[in-house]
Design a protein around this ligand. Structure first.
Ligand code: ATP
Ligand code: HSE
Length: 321
């Protein structure tokens, strides 16, 4: 579930008076998601999403996330649009949490994406990268090299409980990535978490991107590698080159990758696999048994990391070089 904070109906009604959002007809908590508390609201005007930001989200980052959605939406990207309050602010407060109302996006996320969907995702990712070019706010990626090391240090002592030998393997990986990480690739605003549950489709048509709460400034091709990891592997752990090819073609139909970006893909994919391995490992080791949050399997990302280690060139991802 992801309703960490409950809301009282009267508080919500009071909160809504700050907006031109109509009167409350109904509301319910949304079970999906792990980071924040989300509610679906029906008002006399429109369906809306209410998000209460929980402790892992820095309040000082919220203007970046909400401003980015506004910016991308103004440039034609389909993503939730934050509703301004009557005083113009995008952020309010409810049940002691920072809170925002955002537009409801029609569609569903795909449990079994196919190559044609991967192509759409690649294209939408590139469109987001282009639309983000003139976004003025900046947010460094807290989950890049330095952040990985910090996260690892919190889990390291217990890592071998998850798989024997992990301690040495991950230490070596961090050292490798610190030495090999590309320094001068094109950078800009990246989504940084564009997994299937953050992309909505209506039929086969992509209807929008959600969940910009990891968005930041980083290497654009790193975002591509996140999507290859999240979309192009099968449940049995095998890389699906047809999906990879479709995703990369979709991306390059909007923003062609440079030769240096292409050459860096295997290293970037190792980094992004490690990033999701580490956050999942930390959650795995720290989420108490019985908590109502579904823990995600860190080993899925360890297997992906091992796959990228034996990649010889980006052609193996489905790129025609
Ligand atoms: N704008 C929106 N329109 C429609 N549904 C939405 C919208 N925003 C969120 N949702 C619903 O709420 C769920 C959780 O949202 P979201 O992924 O942003 O939460 P989160 O807690 O930040 O999750 P995550 O674990 O992915 O970081 C989504 O899967 C979707 O069902
Ligand atoms: N997409 C992340 C979780 C939310 O950020 C994962 O699958 O580990």
């Amino acid at each position: 579930m992801a309703v960490y904070t409950d809301i009282a109906e009267d508080d919500l009604k009071w909160f809504l008076t700050e907006y031109d959002a109509g009167t409350l007809l109904s509301y319910k908590g949304i079970a999906e998601g792990v980071e924040n508390s989300n509610f679906l609201l029906h008002t006399s005007k429109a369906p809306l999403i209410l998000t209460l930001y929980e402790k892992r989200v820095e309040k000082s980052d919220l203007p970046f996330f909400l401003g980015l959605m506004q910016h991308l939406s103004a440039r034609g990207l389909s993503c939730p649009l934050p509703l301004p309050r009557r005083d113009g602010a995008l952020l309010g407060s409810l049940s002691g949490r920072p809170a925002a109302l955002i537009s409801f996006l029609e569609g569903m996320w795909l449990r079994k994406p196919e190559a044609k969907h991967c192509r759409e995702v690649g294209k939408a990712l590139a469109e987001m990268h282009v639309a983000g070019e003139d976004f003025e706010l900046k947010r460094p990626n807290a989950l890049s090299l330095d952040g990985w090391r910090g996260l690892w240090e919190k889990s390291e002592a217990r890592a071998d409980e998850v798989e024997p030998g992990l301690q040495g393997e991950i230490r070596n990986e961090l050292d490798f990535l610190a030495a090999a990480w590309p320094k001068s690739l094109p950078s800009g605003v990246i989504h940084a978490d564009l997994f299937p549950d953050n992309v909505f489709f209506l039929g086969d048509q992509l209807s929008g991107l959600i969940d910009f709460y990891f968005a930041c400034n980083d290497l654009l091709a790193y975002d591509v590698s996140i999507c290859l990891n999240a979309w192009c592997f099968e449940k049995d752990g095998a890389y699906n080159i047809t999906k990879g090819m479709a995703m990369l073609e979709g991306y390059q139909s909007v923003r062609p990758l440079s030769e240096t970006e292409i050459a860096a893909l295997p290293v970037l994919a190792r980094g992004s696999a490690l990033r999701f391995f580490l956050t999942r490992l930390y959650d795995w080791l720290t989420t108490p048994e019985g908590a109502m949050v579904t823990k995600k399997d860190p080993l899925e990302y360890l297997r992906k990391l091992r796959f990228h280690r034996q990649i010889g060139s980006a052609a193996e991802y489905g790129l025609s070089l």
